[in-house]
Design a protein around this ligand. Structure first.
Ligand SMILES: [Zn+2]
Length: 127
């Protein structure tokens, strides 16, 4: 079975339904594997990429997340959103309704708002 990378780029983002759930994830870190409450958030490998259009990519089977160096130009909450989006792909590989429900939960019910903010973000560098 082929492995499909799951990219986060501006065109790939779609609006998600709002759900209210106080069960937000811990801040992303490589130690999520030790969190028995959310063992599926284990990331085995983080990479920094030189991509200019793709801000994040998740390889669920390898439990690997690749982030564009351009994320350093994002405000912290948008940078966290990119990471939370990719973490949601560890459980839900596609941009399905289930994915957006999970991503929205990881974003404390703000996925749509953060998606909108990212789409309208004025980058200080050329992309
Ligand atoms: Zn995605």
């Amino acid at each position: 079975m082929p492995t499909y990378p799951h990219h986060l780029s501006r065109p790939a983002l779609t609006a998600a339904s709002k759900t209210s759930d106080a069960d937000s994830p811990r801040p992303p870190s490589a130690t999520c594997a030790e969190n028995s409450r959310q063992p599926r958030l284990r990331v085995d490998s983080w990479e920094i990429a030189h991509g200019r259009t793709v801000l994040g990519t998740c390889y669920p089977r390898q439990r690997r997340i690749r982030l564009s160096y351009l994320n350093v130009f994002l405000p912290p909450e948008l940078r966290d959103y990119i990471i939370r989006h990719e973490l949601a792909h560890l459980t839900e590989p596609g941009h399905t309704a289930a994915f957006h429900t999970l991503c929205d939960r990881y974003c404390s019910g703000r996925e749509s708002q953060l998606t909108h903010s990212l789409r309208n973000y004025h980058w200080p560098v050329d992309r």
